[in-house]
Design a protein around this ligand. Structure first.
Ligand code: 0A1
Ligand code: ZN
Length: 868
């Protein structure tokens, strides 16, 4: 029977199955070897699997193989067809008498009908797979859990003209002609791996080929496989891959292990990319880049994601997770590794600012809302919902804190021990911490609370001074807030980097590391005739919300003087936030300190333009909202626009000077050129705010003359936010120029979805009816609907139209792509943060989603938890 994969597994809403970490049991059966034979076709693919199974321990339990949307066409045990198998809740159950058997199953799939993009699916003429976390069970019956490690051999047969290239994990060991216009290929992967790392790709692809010589002198053949026309857009990704391979050797001593490393770009993909062993599959947005189509941010993302997936070869593949509760074991560590790599490639300060901005933008709200969970969760309904900013970004901060506590050398000893001790194993977060502890001698037992407790700690730092004793006193107090299911918390280990500055000389006695692992502590510092200025949580050494008693003068001092660039940026942000929050709560705006601070930053010749570009940008609407008890989107927008206008007017001559000084060069992708584009486009935004007519002309000229996407899109965004007549013309020109380039067209949708204009809700509703909008491509859906969900001004329009539209879209997407639909829910799930009217409207939208018949368990979990 043909298997239909367009819907997710239906779950009776009354009995959602909750999987708990404490219920972990080792597998009943191991599968040391698996042979897979794919007879590939878009409408019909036949999969024959041959599993060598062996009983694990002395139990009498049957063999249970996971299957989702699969029907067995044949089942054989040791070569004999059997009929006494049964299907139980989608699983194939077989009673076996002995301890070692060979099981064969056959199923048929329809890749072109698989809109969920999990398992084997069709994308733009390709056939490809996505198995993490539980997609392999949509391909064949298997104990689809990460602690079952197998050796894979794969044979694929497909039409030669439609699918001339056949790729899978490991090495290509044989190829041949199958007659009738078909051909076959065999691939063997010598490394043991869990099923979630299995991959195959078949298609009409061309490769950018290169090679890398490893530290021990082995040659690795590299291939980035894309449509022929896209090959020139893969140069940057290839360079990033080679730099990553070298970096992992230099910094972690990790060498690549196979003779080939292939990357394939696909257009329809639920996430960013996937680290399948030797065959990474990427969302094309993280591979393709050239000056005409990719912004500087896109280039950075390509580099970061290529590195991330490559680094998984050790942190994830060679050493993998025992179960999905340990997801942060590979993701937190690998994000930390890719962040460190990116910091080494350009401005470390700007990288850190961006990493913290991402953490605060998505993880802090998650940690403070109904979906808060520790980096090692205790339970889930659908693991797809746990690929979160908490697991990834907060997970990376936890590894970064271990790095801070141990120091670089001991951290490296710890990672060496971890890789050596657990190579080829499926392990836990406890195993990782144990290796770090054993190699360093540093006790991490209290630190481990970070794995168990959710919520962003609040750190209060109060500085006092006694002129008589010339002593400064610093009192640190932490508070870990309650989160769903965790009403009471224990204090966390907080590594706090700090320095005290003499405000007269501008000197500090150097940085020190204070480790707070109790509720409160007081530290004294001698030799301060004047009250010192406190610089604290430098480089964002602990992922906390900081509250201090520092004055406006202290912050202004740090914004101008601090030798830690992150702390300097933070001081300026804090000055801005204080000004905005005061304006919102009192209705009186005093912009003087921010105007002065920004002026000094703009004139500081010693600063890197890329850093200045970040330091003079106002905090986002959403981040301002996070500082308030009740988020008031309208008041926030008004206060932010007023401060923007004040900065624009006060420094107009400077913005114009910066604009002129940083233009006129032809495109180059270098840190200096990137920095110049950044500061110039920030200046353009301010010029627009100060003088709408002149700004619009300037933006339109830049839009037309730009030789790169960064400048063109920045100009378009500036126009799209404005009332300028040229706005429509610019959007139209952009659309016509790029209508055939899906990745750039996504930017056209997003630019309009994040617009600050008052008519954005109508515009977005209209765009959802545009012929280029589709539910079948996750990038396009995220570009319009996902981006709109982040637009605080319009999404939260007081009449609730934004919420209603958003709910309609989630309901429409759910049967097509449940995973992507579920990812949208948190925008509505933040309802408790808003006023009573908005709360009611947001809840009504969530309740309408929940009442939808046949809702996926993905969306069900997110919505039901959001309403709880
Ligand atoms: N492990 C990948 C993320 C990923 C997870 C699930 C997927 O299913 C659609 C795809 C990718 C990473 O961390 O890059
Ligand atoms: Zn990852």
């Amino acid at each position: 029977m043909l298997d239909i994969q367009t819907t997710a597994t239906a779950v009776p809403l009354s009995t959602p199955h909750i999987i708990r970490r404490e219920d972990y049991r080792p597998p009943d059966w191991m599968v040391p070897e698996i042979g897979l034979d794919f007879d590939l076709g878009p409408a019909k693919t036949r999969v024959t699997a041959r599993l060598t199974v062996s009983r694990n321990g002395g139990h009498g339990r049957p063999l249970v193989l996971e299957g989702e949307t699969l029907t067995p066409l044949a089942v054989r045990v040791d070569g004999q067809a059997i009929n006494d198998w049964r299907i139980d809740d989608g699983r194939l159950v077989i009673d076996l008498s002995g301890d070692d058997h060979v099981i064969e199953t056959e199923v048929e799939l329809s890749p072109e009908r698989n809109t969920q993009l999990m398992g084997l699916y069709a994308s733009g003429g390709l056939l490809c797979t996505q198995c993490e976390a539980e997609g392999f069970r949509r391909i064949t019956f298997f104990p689809d859990r990460p602690d079952v490690l197998s050796r894979y051999s794969v044979r694929m047969t497909a039409d030669k003209s439609a699918y001339p290239v056949l790729l899978a994990n490991g090495d290509n060991v044989a190829n041949g002609d199958a007659g009738e216009g078909r051909h076959w290929a065999e691939w063997n992967d010598p490394f043991l791996k869990p099923s979630y790392l299995f991959a195959l790709v078949a298609g009409d692809l061309k490769a950018n080929r290169d090679s890398f010589t490893t530290m021990s002198g082995r040659t690795v053949e590299l291939g980035i496989w894309v449509r022929e026309a896209d090959v020139p857009k893969t140069a940057y990704a290839m360079a990033a891959l080679k730099t990553s391979m070298k970096w992992d050797e230099d910094v972690y001593g990790r060498e690549y292990d196979l003779g080939v490393f292939n990357i394939v770009a696909v257009d329809d993909f639920n996430f960013g990319a996937m680290e399948n062993k030797g065959l990474n599959v990427f969302n094309s947005r993280y591979i393709l880049a050239d000056a005409d189509t990719a912004t500087d941010v896109d280039y950075d993302n390509v580099q970061g994601v290529v590195a991330h997936e490559y680094f998984h070869n050790w942190s994830g593949n060679r050493v993998t997770c025992r179960d999905w509760f340990q997801l942060s074991l590979k993701e937190g560590f690998t994000v930390f590794r890719d962040q460190s790599f990116s910091a080494d490639q350009g401005s470390a300060a700007v990288q850190r600012i961006e990493d913290v901005r991402a953490l605060r933008g998505s993880q802090f709200p998650e940690d403070g809302g109904p979906l808060a969970h520790p980096i090692r969760p205790d339970s889930y309904m659908e693991i797809g919902n746990f690929y979160t900013a908490t697991i990834y970004n907060k997970g990376a901060e936890i590894i970064r804190m271990i790095h801070t506590l141990l120091g670089a050398e001991k951290f490296r000893a710890g990672s060496d021990l971890y890789f050596e001790r657990h190579d080829g194993q499926a392990v836990t977060c406890d195993d990782f911490v144990a290796a770090m502890q054993d190699a360093s001698g540093v006790d991490l037992s209290v630190f481990k609370r970070w794995y168990a407790q959710a919520g962003t700690p609040k750190l209060m730092a109060a500085i006092a001074h006694d002129a008589d004793t010339k002593q400064a006193t610093l009192t640190l107090t932490q508070l870990v807030p309650p989160t769903p299911g965790q009403p009471v918390k224990q204090p966390m280990t907080l590594p706090i980097r700090m320095a005290l500055f003499d405000r007269a000389t501008g000197e500090s006695g150097g940085e020190q590391l204070v480790v707070l692992d109790t509720d409160t502590t007081t530290l004294t510092f001698d030799g301060f005739a004047q009250p010192p200025v406190l610089s604290i949580n430098r480089d964002f050494s602990a992922p906390v919300v900081l509250e201090t008693n520092r004055t406006e003068a202290d912050l202004a001092f740090l914004a101008a003087e601090d030798d830690d660039p992150f702390a300097r940026y933070e001081a300026m942000q804090q000055l801005m936030l204080n000004t905005l929050v005061a304006a919102i709560s009192t209705g009186v705006a005093d912009h003087a300190a921010v105007i002065k601070g920004v002026g000094e930053t703009l004139s500081d010749g010693a600063l890197d333009p890329a850093f200045i570009g970040e330091a003079v940008v106002l905090p986002s609407d959403a981040f301002i909202g996070d500082q308030m008890l009740v988020v008031d989107p309208d008041a926030i927008a008004t206060a932010r626009e007023a401060l923007r206008l004040a900065l624009a007017n006060a420094h107009l001559a400077k913005w114009q000077e910066i604009y002129a000084a940083n233009g006129g060069r032809s495109f180059e992708y270098s840190p200096a050129a990137k920095g110049a584009r950044r500061i110039r486009n920030v200046a353009l935004g301010y010029i627009m705010a100060a003088d709408a007519d002149a700004g619009a002309k300037l933006a339109f000229t830049q839009f037309g003359a730009a030789d790169n996407m960064t400048d063109r899109l920045a100009a378009l965004g500036t126009l799209a936010n404005s009332q300028a007549e040229l706005r429509v013309a610019a959007l139209d020109i952009f659309y016509r120029r790029y209508r055939d380039n899906a990745l750039v067209l996504d930017k056209w949708f997003t630019t309009q979805a994040v617009s600050t204009r008052a008519d954005t809700v109508e515009a977005v509703i209209e765009l959802a009816g545009h012929p280029d909008f589709t539910l079948s491509n996750p990038n396009r859906f995220r570009a319009l609907v996902g981006a709109f969900g982040m637009n605080q001004r319009s999404f939260h329009a007081a009449d609730g139209r934004g919420y209603a539209f958003f709910a309609d879209q989630i309901i429409a997407l759910d049967p097509v792509n449940a995973q992507t639909a579920a990812k949208m829910v948190p925008s509505l799930g933040r309802w408790r943060r808003f006023d009573a009217e908005r709360q009611a409207l947001m809840r009504a939208a969530l309740e309408r989603i929940l009442a939808t018949p046949g809702l996926s368990k993905d969306v069900f979990e997110q919505v039901s938890k959001s309403l709880a």
